[in-house]
Design a protein around this ligand. Structure first.
Ligand code: NAP
Ligand code: ZN
Length: 356
């Protein structure tokens, strides 16, 4: 075991603060990573504040992890010291169920081991749970470590590990590309990656945003059109036109308003995870044989494919780098939709020691 410093929430209502904890030493198949950057995902906020149900505290969030390999276990074959690597939302899974065998570990029957706030199989028979990437180091089974192309800026690549794969996976599963009219709802961390990917895949992309201030950014990011979703007349003009809509909104909103924009047999996919259930009118789906689906992050293999695509096309996130002592302020700004378009923590600013 070794001592690690991170930032943790000690309850649903307390700000995050410096925290010291123990990480396991590298086992035979483990990779130890010196974390250089970690993105701030809205899921970190939902979890730290127990919005999806009670979290375990202290809670060290963070699943958009980038760093360099600092040590490898004796049986590790895929990684070398010093390599640029990433870790996303999962650090293990059962490896035997149909989903794991299909390379879709995020849908593991037993539930994957999430990077934070998940029972930790490395400490069986205890109530230990995982600590995430708002920390100086992490130890992860090599099967859940991703290779990050060296041409990408490490800080701007960090959000690819969650915001990137979460939007890439449904676009890829529903084969979005040339000739498709695609809507992206919400220009946040996920939404801005969805715009970049859908444009790179050749689709005609319309951004739906509640924020008038994001119209120019939407176009700069590649959206062909931007519609203000609070404008009822503008929304009505979009009815029955879209092949595919990806909804990346973090808070309660009216899904029916977007289902109405799908053409016959169109698909709408939810990746946003608001804390409260949403209501769906049967007519919204039945009227034109529309489908509504959901999608969770992506499997390890497709995460690697996404990173390789980003390396080839030089795609990263638009980020604002923050210091560790600015995490709480960053959370408040995310909640105000005031982020362009992902906060990333510079791990060099993590305290070197923590006063008891
Ligand atoms: P984010 O950066 O906060 O972006 C969310 C965006 O939603 C905002 O920028 C805003 O866009 C829009 N929005 C916020 N409040 C709204 C409201 N009341 N009504 C309508 N639109 C609103 O969050 P994120 O990190 O991208 O995450 C988005 C959601 O996806 C979160 O719920 C997160 O937990 C979830 N998530 C899911 C997965 C998965 O595997 N499915 C993975 C990661 C995250 P505009 O200003 O453009 O309207
Ligand atoms: Zn996330």
């Amino acid at each position: 075991m070794f001592t690690c410093i991170g930032y943790a929430a000690s309850s649903a209502t307390t700000p995050l603060a410096p925290f010291t904890f123990q990480r396991r030493d590298c086992g035979p198949l483990d990779v130890q990573i010196d974390i250089t950057h970690c993105g701030i995902c809205h899921s970190d906020i939902h979890t730290a504040r127990s919005e999806w149900g009670p979290a375990s505290y202290p809670c060290v969030p963070g699943h958009e992890i980038i760093g360099r390999v600092a040590a490898v276990g004796v049986d590790v074959t895929r990684f070398k010291l010093g390599e640029l690597v990433g870790v996303g939302c999962m650090v293990n899974s059962c490896q035997t169920c149909a989903s794991c065998e299909a390379g879709l570990e995020q849908y593991c029957d037993a539930g994957p081991t999430w990077t934070y706030n998940s029972p930790d199989p490395a400490f069986p028979k205890t109530d230990a749970y995982t600590f995430g990437g708002y920390s100086r180091a992490i130890v992860v089974d090599e099967r859940f470590v991703l290779r990050v192309p060296e041409n990408l800026d490490p800080a701007a690549a960090a959000p690819l590990l969650c915001a990137g794969i979460t939007t890439w996976s449904p676009l890829s599963h529903w084969k979005v590309g040339v000739g498709h009219k695609v809507g992206i709802v919400g220009l946040g961390g996920l939404g801005h990656m969805a715009v970049k990917f859908a444009v790179a895949l050749g689709a005609e992309v319309t951004l739906f945003t509640t924020s008038v201030s994001k119209v120019e950014d939407g176009k700069r990011l590649g959206a062909h059109r931007v519609v203000i979703s609070r404008d009822a007349e503008a929304m009505a003009a979009e009815a029955n036109q879209f092949d595919f809509i990806l909804d990346a909104v973090s808070a309660e909103h009216d899904i029916n308003a977007y289902l109405a924009l799908l053409k016959q047999d169109g698909h709408m996919v939810l990746v946003g995870l608001p804390e409260k259930p949403m209501s769906i009118g049967a007519f919204s789906l039945v009227a034109k044989r529309r489908s509504l689906a959901g999608s969770a992050i992506g499997g390890i293999q497709e995460t690697q494919e996404m990173l390789d695509f980003c390396g080839k096309h030089n795609i990263t996130s638009d980020i604002e780098v923050v210091h560790a002592d600015q995490i709480n302020e960053a959370y408040e700004r995310v909640l105000r939709s005031d982020v362009k378009y992902r906060f990333v923590i510079d791990m060099d600013t993590m305290p070197k020691s923590v006063q008891a």
